[in-house]
Design a protein around this ligand. Structure first.
Ligand SMILES: Cc1cc2nc3c(=O)[nH]c(=O)nc-3n(C[C@H](O)[C@H](O)[C@H](O)COP(=O)(O)OP(=O)(O)OC[C@H]3O[C@@H](n4cnc5c(N)ncnc54)[C@H](O)[C@@H]3O)c2cc1C
Length: 449
């Protein structure tokens, strides 16, 4: 196992579902026989399936984060962003927050850099919209919605009120469908504290380019979810594009135009663009092609000493059949991480590698408290489930999958508290500019004319 007389150094890029899973398992299997480093600009893993509930105030934001420092004990943590991968030189360039550049060398590389939002050059999008992939974004969405309710209840100007109470989500896949449904549920739950506002004052708009929503749960449940959302007053615009949103004025391809104080972009993901800054071969989608054993595929077979998994890769889905690939989701990322770790250990020990094989367990989406849709795979059959049972199952599954016992307990405790008390009412809009109050206090007093 010796590499030039020293321990093999395993460098893991990204501390998300893949990176954290691999680091934990290799550390457990090989202990101090190897040295492991994990690079990530964030000091925590974000459990993304819980973000819609964070955006709806149903889960405390910290409870969807697993801190690297406590989970990855025994690993070296490098806080910074990978800016270049030079596999031929077995070196990765990392840029720190302070602008330093570090060259980090390795014997084995694991790439788990995930994905970023797939945006389009739509006028006003970059300036006015927000993504929904990180906890900071989900918190900002929650605070903006709750903060706007308080402002709208006070303003006398009907146009300002309309703008404050119009919330637009673009993209009706998993992230967008769940996020808007949970947010609408939150608003309906807190409106009774706002006697000056009526449910009809609030406008939720979901813009979807295709002719359906939630394709992940199949056609029938997608139609059911669409009906549910529309019955709840959410305006779902199918086969519609966002044309522009300059200054918060949303213009859509169906000719509609309205002012919206919150525009959330959830229209798909693309692989982490930093992969393009590497000497690794990428496929047409910009991902790393992997072999079923999770080694990165080169022109003439596997590249040496490099593994990858998760949203930044294309991995054959052997359980689904010839020519099928794993969809980018946590269900696969977490299990690929386990297989990857085992194969990395096998490779170091000179043992044969094992292919990744996972039979889809199904898909579930929550659409607010006690509501949801999902497809379960039972005995090789696909079973459609909706309503309370699937909502409960989804919650139970995600608590099981959420890393760390402490977080699992905190999430459940939060839900129980909300079950017996009022919903979250406070939106800390000042979070967008926390220094504003201090700057105002420090400003010289204005003289009276
Ligand atoms: C709102 C939302 C809801 C979802 N719901 C579900 C669901 O219900 N079920 C499901 O199965 N899946 C769901 N997913 C998808 C799932 O979360 C992802 O597929 C999964 O997290 C992918 O794991 P990963 O390790 O590839 O990427 P991530 O978990 O995203 O990890 C990537 C890591 O790389 C780090 N990183 C990024 N750039 C750099 C860089 N330059 N240098 C170093 N580190 C970097 C990031 O900080 C991050 O820690 C959801 C996703 C979202 C956004």
């Amino acid at each position: 196992m010796s590499f030039n007389g020293s321990k093999p150094h395993i460098l893991i890029l990204g501390g998300g579902s893949v990176g954290m899973g691999v680091a934990e398992r290799v550390r457990k299997e090989l202990g101090s026989q190897v040295s492991i480093s994990v690079v990530d600009p964030r000091p925590y893993l974000t459990y993304q399936p819980f973000l819609p509930e964070v955006g709806a105030g149903a889960i405390d934001p910290r409870n969807v984060l697993a801190p690297h420092r406590s989970v990855l004990r025994g690993c070296k943590l490098i806080t910074g962003s990978v800016t270049e991968i030079k596999h031929a030189e077995r070196t990765v360039v990392v840029s720190t927050e302070e602008g330093e550049e570090l060259d980090v060398s390795y014997d084995y590389l694991v790439v788990g850099l995930g994905a970023v939002p797939r945006t389009l050059p739509i006028p006003g999008l970059a300036e006015n919209a927000i993504g929904f992939k990180w906890v900071e974004e989900a918190v900002a969405v929650r605070d903006r919605i709750l903060g706007n309710l308080a402002e709208a209840a006070t303003t006398k100007d009907p146009e300002i009120r309309r703008r404050l109470l119009t919330f637009t989500f673009v993209g009706g896949g998993f992230a967008g469908g769940e996020a808007i449904a949970e947010a609408e549920d939150m608003v309906r739950g807190v409106l009774r504290y706002y006697p000056d506002l009526h449910a009809s004052d609030v406008r939720f708009v979901l813009i979807e380019a295709m002719g359906r929503i939630l394709p992940e749960v199949g056609e029938n449940l997608g139609k059911y979810a669409l009906k549910q959302l529309r019955e709840r007053g959410i305006e779902v615009k199918l086969e519609t594009f966002l044309n522009s949103c300059e200054d918060g004025i949303v213009k859509t391809s169906d000719g509609d135009e309205f002012a919206s104080d919150l525009i959330v972009w959830t229209a798909g993901i693309k692989p982490n663009p930093v992969l393009a800054q590497s000497d690794l071969p990428l496929n047409q989608t910009g991902r790393l092609d992997c072999l079923p054993d999770l080694r990165v595929k080169g022109e003439n077979g596997p590249l040496e000493n490099i593994f990858a998994a998760g949203d930044c890769t294309t991995v054959p889905d052997l359980a689904a059949g010839e020519g099928k690939f794993c969809p980018p989701n946590a269900q696969h990322a977490v299990r690929q991480a386990r297989q990857l770790a085992d194969n990395l250990v096998r490779d170091i020990q000179g043992r044969p590698l094992v292919d990744y094989f996972h039979k889809n367990l199904g898909t579930m989406a929550t659409l607010g408290r006690y509501k949801g849709v999902g497809q379960l795979m039972i005995g090789g059959r696909v079973i459609d489930v909706k309503g309370f049972p699937i909502w409960l199952m989804a919650r139970a599954y995600h608590v099981y999958a959420m890393p760390t016992l402490r977080r699992k307990i905190s999430v459940i405790a939060g839900w129980l508290t909300q079950g017996v008390s009022a919903r979250e009412l406070v939106g800390i809009k000042e979070g967008e500019n926390p220094r504003a109050a201090f700057e105002a206090a420090s400003a010289p007093p204005k003289k009276k004319d």
